[in-house]
Structures are given as structure tokens and as C-alpha cells.
Ligand binder design. Structure first.
Ligand code: BGC
Length: 826
């Protein structure tokens, strides 16, 4: 045969194969979710068809063969796999958001997993009972599908079942790192598991195993410490608590949940601490770091029984981890021998290389991701992945491997035997947010406190003087603010200042703890009176999560409100003749912040981190019998400008508090090398004091929910992970944001607003002083309340601090405000 003849024959074979494939597809596509009446078609060697996959009819449905729990897990996996169509397999690989899928679609497609993103509560309400009902309806919908494969429901219970109103909220991991108590971690894990399981959920996306190196990163508080050893110890203990101990009957029983080791890998090492950023390192250097450090906590979590790993948004030398086959397949599944499932992060696959969504999916699947957290585009994902398999860009072996891993985890976790809304679930509901769990959280709070400074005041240490005080002033709005003490990932994704859930504020805790003859006064603004003999000043960061928490070196500072509070305390103490009473600062923060410039104003400094709902834990140490036991697990520099070189040799004088620092009430140090190092000095920050949100580090986006003041109580909501402010049509509704403009110029402000009708009577403005001009915004009706439109306003700004104000007191109808984007014009 000549070359030409061979070519013609080849083309002919391809054509026949394509026609047959089309016939097969038409027959199959009419009844998705049912086994397809397909015939095996052999492709032609050397053509695309030959590499592609043509579906064969699966084995006849026989549930008994895989529902039999006396069989070995691997046997059940293989049996079930052999009864699945390609569509059913792909449906196991997607994870829609609960708000983006209906019960009937779960049944129709046989969807394998669903998540609640941060702050995404059932539409019926946010009580534990609302969750339980909604989850159980979803579970039933999955069981009603042809194969009846149970759904695996995932949620971010990262410091308690934190989306749900009334849950026990534990300190964020940075505080638990300071407590450094593996046995306590295990108890916390168990309590969290019980609250999660009470609502029917079997999987939490926790713990985070990052060891953050740079506090500019908005997720620093999710890491236990800067060293992998502590992360490994506490991470493994938490996994054990969540899942139950391996090789015991309690392991993954119906009062435990699956844990997630996240985010794989290297996220604490991005340049400038940028969230979702890039780790830039010589290849060998990264390899060394990977093998000697980064993998350690993962290995330990896996050894403790962790069965799911979430991939990080991070890139390493420009390659997104979501498409890094070496890291996912070779290292994690190969070298570490991980046989569980790998889940992507929220829309994570959309960030990888590829011209089209389909190309990106191919890269993600081929890198080794098994389950895809594609909250909204799950249906498009399914169609694309099917095409990729048929075209040969993704092999059926890869699909079978992914699905086997997902099914394996489901079988191991006993999901096929789970009784929906069963007895255990009901009894766990009784303990939801109950005393027993709150007692554990309270203990965790008291153990997480770190005393960083404790000077002598009138012959006693400041903490001893506090113990002897009879009339204590508690100062600052943050002292009485559950939302601030909980931080991000609480009720909503970003967290919110204010009375967001049940719990005890620090002020309430102190008031309850005051002994006989001791009074505790409260002043929001910090007015010290002649009767006061000690001041507890509560300062701190406002809540944030993920990228919104990223800071530049110039704005990791005390807020303007806190500095004002400190001034008021000093001035009023002076005029009351009370300059010598001890001033104890309690700092609520998810990381070190620049404090060096104010440190002389405090006699004692207590780092309370983000303690959660049990404020009594703070009082137990400050006013009670307990002493401090917590130690710093991060190196704290004089200035944020020194963070980047804090580990470099010769830079010791830039360290304000060494890792390991922690004092007791009598002023002695808990660890040998952990003494404070106040008195040296790195870069001072006075010249770069910035008040408000630095637009540059916020990418010129002001998120609506991060207001510094609001009246009329606009509600915070969540649509597809966009947090917004809603219900503006209340009397007097307005909000203010403090911002820092780094560069003078003309700006166009885009107010991202969604409304179902035209709205008049809404004004906005931006100014330096209390009085500035407000102009009306032209708000036009959009498609719906998730369809954000730009309402523009042009302003000329100098460099400096501004107040951005929004006034909806006269709004003619309701609308949502998502964010305000600053576009620099010239
Ligand atoms: C976060 C994850 C989280 C996921 C689901 C992502 O934005 O990076 O930590 O598990 O959302 O809410």
C-alpha cells in the first residue's frame, strides 16, 4: 500500500468510528443518570479515536454487591465502579456549593459531594436544626439516585462549626499553637466533630498545616506556628480528635468526621506573604524544604489517619499547585503513599494554565486532583470532563483512580451504612453549643494566652498588681465584641464585628470573674476615673479572612480607633492623677502587629489571639487563680518591615519577641530562651503610619462588609462566596470605611451594587475631614440581587487617610452593596 492509500484508509476508519461514536452518544445522552445502552467500539490504532474512550455498558445494577458491609472495602469499590456509567463516575468527582444545586439535581446526576463555602448557610436559616434538615434532605436525594451512593458533605469547621449560629467557637489555630497542648487539641477535635456531625455533616476542611513565615499573609492565624514540628504535632492531634484514633472502633464512626490536611503545599512561603501567591526558590532549595519540612505535617496527619488532602492556591516557581503532577501524584500519592482523596480548593482549577475551562480541567485532573470544588460551574465541568475522556485527553484509568479514591473514603467513613438523621445525630444535637464543649473552649482560651510583657509597677509586677486591684476599668469597644474576638471564618466567611453569635465577651467574662469587693467598670472610649486602680485595655484587628487579610508592611498597625483609645486612657488617667496605675493591654489579633511604638504605654501586654466565644477563658487567667502557660510560636519583629528577614543571621536586634516568649504573673519566663527582647530596635514605623485600609495592599478594592462604622444595621449576607451588605432601605442606613490612599490622583469609584429596581436617594462621598460633599449614585435595576452593576463616581484624592461614606437613609428600594473598587485615572 502506498503512503497515500494508507492515509485514505486511515481517514475512512476514523470516519466510521466517529459516526459510530455519534450514534452511541445520541443513544446515551437522552437518559443521563441511567446506564447507557452503549456498545463497545474499537478505535483505530494511531488515530485520536484510538486514544479516546468509548463507553461500554456497565455491569447490571446490583446494589447488594456493594452495600454488603461485611465485604472488604477494596472489593466494594471495585464492584461499585464496575456498575457505574462514565457520567456517574464524573458526578462523583464534582463538589457544588449547597446554594447552587437542588435536591432534584443531586438525584438526577448522582452528585457525590456538596460543600458549604464560608458563611453559606441553608436558605431556611442558620440554626443547627436548619442545617441538619437541609443536609439530610441532600443525603436523601443522593440515596434516591440510581446507584444510591451517599453524599459526602464538606464544610469549613476550622475553629468550631463556625458557620452555624450558636456553635462553640474555639480559638483560631495561632492561639492553639501558643497553648501547644496535643491532648487538648484532641479534645477540641472531638468536640468540633460532634457539633459538625450533629448537623449531619461528615467532613471538615481542617486542619490547616501551613507554617506561616510572613505575618503579612491574611491566613497567618490559621497556622499553629512558624515551625513545622509544632504544626505536625498539633495537626496530627487534631486529626485524631476529629476522626477518632486509627485502629479503634471510634475511628470514623458516626460521631466523628473526616479531616482535611490543607492546603497542600508551601502556602506559608509565598513572596511578601501574598495569599494565593508564588513561592519563588531555586529548585533544589525548594526540594530540600519540601522533603525536610513541608511534608512533615502531611506525613504525620496521614499517619494519624487523614483521608483527604486539599490542594493550595499557591504556585511554586510560577506553576500552580493545582496543576503540579509532581507534587500531587508523584510526591503525595507516590512517595507518601496517600490512598485517600485529593480535593481542589474553591474554583482552584480555574486558576491553572489553559485557554479554556476545559483545558484547565484536563490539567487539574491529570495532575492528580480527584474531587473538584467547583461551587457553581459543576454542570459545565461534568460536560467538559466527559468530552476530555472521549477525546483521550484524560484517560479512563485516571477517572477510575479518582472515583475509586472517593468511593474508598466513603466506604471507610461508613457513609453507605449511615442512617440519615439517626440516633447519634439526635443526641449530638443536644450537646451542640453546650456546656461541655464550651468548657473545653474556655480551657483552650486560657492556655492560649501569652504574656509578652509584665513590668514592675510599685514593687509588684503589673499582673500581680491587677490581682490586688479593687476597681478595674475595662476599656475599648473590642472588650465587648463577640465578632472581633472570634475573627474571620465565624458565621460569615470574613467574620464581622458585633453581636454575631452566642458566647461570652471578654468584658462579660471579667465581670463574672470579679471576686468579692472587686468592681469592674466599663468605658468604650477609655475614660479613667479617680477610683480606678488598674486598666485592662482591649485592642485588636477587625475580622478578615483569606486575601482580605493581606497587609503591606505599612498597614500592619494598630487601628486608628485603638490609638485614640490609648490616648484617651493616658490623658484621662493623667487628669485623674492615676498615672501610676497598671495598664494591661489585651491584644486580639491573628498575628503580630506593629506594637513597638506603643509598648512603653503598657505595663503588661497579653496576646489573646482570636479566642472565640468563650471570653471567660481570658478572665480565668487575668483575674483568676490560673497562671499563664502559653508561649509565642512566631518570631515577632520590631517592625513589619523586618518580617522578611526575621530569620536571617545577624538580624537578632530586629526581634521584639523571640519565638518561645511567654511570662508568668510573677514575671519569670516559661521557657529558658523565651525572654522578651524589648529595648533593641529594628525599623521604626512612625514615618509610615497609615490609618485605615491601605488601598494598595487591598488591590484597590474596599469590601463592603469591612466597614468601620455602620448604622441602620445593614445585614451582611453571602451569595456564592461574595459577601455583601443588604437591607439598606432601613431608616438611617449608612456605612463608613477608613481608607489610606497611597497615591494622589483622580480616581473613579465603582460601587458594585445589585438591585431589582431603580433606586434613588443613595449618596456617597470621600473626604478627609468630618464634612465633605456627598453625591447621589445612579442605581439601575439589574437582573437580580446577585447581578452586581457599577455605579460610578469620580473623585480627586491626595495621598493620606480618608473616610469613605455611603448613605442610604433615603433609599427608595432595597439593594446589595458588594464592594467599592478604586480605579486610578490619572
Ligand atoms: C479556602 C479553603 C476553604 C474553601 C471552602 C477556600 O477559599 O481557601 O480553605 O476550605 O474555600 O470554603
Amino acid at each position: 500500500m502506498s503512503k497515500k492509500q494508507k492515509q485514505w484508509l486511515g481517514i475512512g476508519i476514523v470516519l466510521v468510528a466517529v459516526i459510530l461514536a455519534l450514534v452511541v452518544w445520541r443513544v446515551g445522552s437522552g437518559n443521563s443518570g441511567k446506564p447507557q445502552d452503549t456498545e463497545a467500539v474499537e478505535g483505530t490504532e494511531g488515530t485520536q479515536q484510538a486514544e479516546g474512550y468509548v463507553e461500554r455498558e456497565p455491569k447490571e445494577l446490583n446494589k447488594d454487591l456493594y452495600m454488603d458491609s461485611s465485604k472488604d472495602v477494596e472489593e466494594r469499590v471495585a464492584e461499585l465502579l464496575s456498575q457505574m456509567t462514565l457520567d456517574e463516575k464524573i458526578a462523583q468527582m464534582i463538589q457544588p456549593e449547597q446554594s447552587a444545586i437542588s435536591y432534584s439535581d443531586i438525584t438526577k446526576y448522582g452528585v457525590g459531594s456538596v460543600l458549604s463555602g464560608g458563611g453559606s448557610a441553608p436558605s431556611s436559616g442558620n440554626t443547627a436544626e436548619d442545617w441538619q434538615e437541609h443536609i439530610n434532605n441532600m443525603k436523601q436525594a443522593a440515596v434516591d439516585s440510581r446507584l444510591g451512593i451517599p453524599i459526602l458533605y464538606g464544610v469549613d469547621a476550622v475553629h468550631g462549626h463556625n458557620n452555624v449560629y450558636g456553635a462553640t467557637i474555639f480559638p483560631h489555630n495561632i492561639g492553639l499553637g501558643s497553648a501547644n497542648a496535643p491532648e487538648l487539641m484532641e479534645r477540641i477535635g472531638k468536640a468540633v466533630a460532634e457539633e459538625v456531625r450533629a448537623t449531619g455533616i461528615q467532613w471538615t476542611f481542617a486542619p490547616t498545616l501551613a507554617n506561616p513565615q510572613n505575618e503579612l499573609w491574611g491566613r497567618t492565624y490559621e497556622g499553629f506556628g512558624e515551625d513545622v514540628e509544632i504544626v505536625a504535632d498539633l495537626g496530627a492531634a487534631f486529626v485524631k480528635g476529629l476522626q477518632g484514633s486509627l485502629d479503634t472502633d471510634e475511628y470514623l464512626d458516626d460521631s466523628h468526621v473526616l479531616a482535611t490536611a490543607k492546603h497542600y503545599i508551601g502556602e506559608g512561603y509565598t513572596m511578601n506573604g501574598t495569599n494565593q501567591g508564588n513561592v519563588s526558590m531555586e529548585e533544589e532549595e525548594f526540594e530540600k524544604l519540601l522533603r525536610e519540612e513541608l511534608l512533615v505535617p502531611y506525613q504525620e496527619a496521614i499517619d494519624a489517619g487523614a483521608r483527604t488532602v486539599m490542594v493550595s492556591f499557591t504556585s511554586v516557581n510560577g506553576l500552580k499547585t493545582h496543576e503540579d503532577k509532581y507534587l500531587i501524584t508523584d510526591v503525595l500519592k507516590g512517595d507518601l503513599g496517600f490512598t485517600g482523596l485529593v480535593v481542589s480548593d474553591y474554583n482552584g482549577v480555574q486558576q491553572v494554565t489553559g485557554k479554556t475551562y476545559k483545558d484547565k480541567i484536563a490539567n487539574g485532573v491529570n495532575a492528580g486532583i480527584d474531587l473538584f470544588m467547583e461551587p457553581n460551574s459543576w454542570l459545565e465541568f461534568m460536560t467538559a470532563l466527559r468530552e476530555l475522556v472521549e477525546e483521550g485527553s484524560v484517560s479512563i484509568e485516571r477517572i477510575d483512580d479518582a472515583v475509586s479514591r472517593i468511593l474508598r473514603v466513603k466506604f471507610e467513613a461508613g457513609l453507605f451504612e449511615e442512617e440519615i438523621g439517626g440516633e447519634t445525630e439526635q443526641s449530638l444535637m443536644e450537646a451542640f453549643g453546650g456546656e461541655e464543649h464550651r468548657a473545653i473552649a474556655r480551657e483552650a482560651v486560657s492556655k492560649s494566652l501569652v504574656l509578652l510583657k509584665n513590668d514592675t509597677v510599685n514593687d509588684k509586677t503589673a499582673m500581680q498588681a491587677l490581682s490586688d486591684s479593687k476597681n478595674i476599668l475595662v476599656a475599648g469597644r473590642k472588650a465587648d465584641n463577640i465578632g472581633v474576638q472570634c475573627g474571620g471564618w465565624t458565621i460569615s466567611w470574613q467574620g464581622t464585628s458585633g453581636d454575631i453569635t452566642e458566647g461570652t465577651t471578654i468584658l462579660e467574662g471579667l465581670q463574672q470573674a470579679a471576686g468579692e469587693g472587686v468592681t469592674v467598670d466599663y468605658s468604650e472610649s477609655g475614660e479613667v476615673g479617680a477610683s480606678h486602680d488598674a486598666v485592662i485595655l482591649v485592642l485588636g484587628e477587625l475580622p478578615y479572612a483569606e486575601s482580605s487579610g493581606d497587609r503591606s508592611v505599612s498597614n500592619l498597625v494598630l487601628t486608628g480607633e485603638d490609638r485614640q483609645l490609648l490616648e484617651t486612657v493616658k490623658e484621662t488617667a493623667a487628669s485623674a492623677g492615676k498615672e501610676d496605675i497598671p495598664v494591661i493591654a489585651v491584644l486580639l489579633s491573628g498575628r503580630m502587629i506593629s506594637i513597638a511604638d506603643y509598648i512603653d504605654d503598657f505595663d503588661a501586654l497579653v496576646m489573646a489571639w482570636l479566642p472565640g466565644t468563650e471570653g471567660e477563658g481570658v478572665a480565668d487567667v487575668l483575674l483568676g487563680e490560673q497562671d499563664f502557660t502559653g508561649t509565642l510560636q512566631y518570631t515577632w519583629t520590631w517592625s513589619p518591615s523586618d518580617i522578611a528577614d526575621k530569620f536571617a543571621e545577624g538580624n537578632e536586634d530586629k526581634i521584639l519577641f523571640k519565638k518561645g516568649t511567654g511570662l508568668t504573673k510573677d514575671g519569670s519566663s516559661i521557657t529558658e530562651n523565651g525572654t522578651t527582647q524589648i529595648g533593641n530596635g529594628g525599623t521604626r514605623t512612625e514615618d509610615t503610619q497609615i490609618v485605615g485600609l491601605d488601598l494598595e495592599s487591598a488591590n484597590y478594592v474596599v469590601e463592603a462588609e469591612n466597614f468601620t462604622e455602620a448604622s441602620g444595621n445593614p445585614q451582611k449576607g453571602n451569595a456564592n462566596n461574595i459577601v455583601y451588605l443588604d437591607q439598606w432601605n432601613k431608616e438611617g442606613a449608612s456605612a463608613k470605611w477608613e481608607i489610606w490612599v497611597p497615591k494622589a490622583g483622580n480616581y473613579r469609584l465603582h460601587f458594585k451594587i445589585a438591585s431589582e429596581s431603580d433606586v434613588s436617594g443613595v449618596t456617597a462621598g470621600c473626604g478627609k475631614d468630618a464634612d465633605f460633599d456627598m453625591a447621589e449614585l445612579a442605581i439601575e435595576a439589574a437582573k437580580d440581587l446577585n447581578d452586581y452593576q457599577d455605579c460610578d463616581m469620580d473623585v480627586k484624592l491626595e495621598q493620606g487617610s480618608y473616610v469613605l461614606q455611603f448613605d442610604a437613609g433615603g433609599a427608595s428600594a432595597d439593594f446589595r452593596l458588594d464592594s467599592i473598587v478604586f480605579e486610578y485615572l490619572d
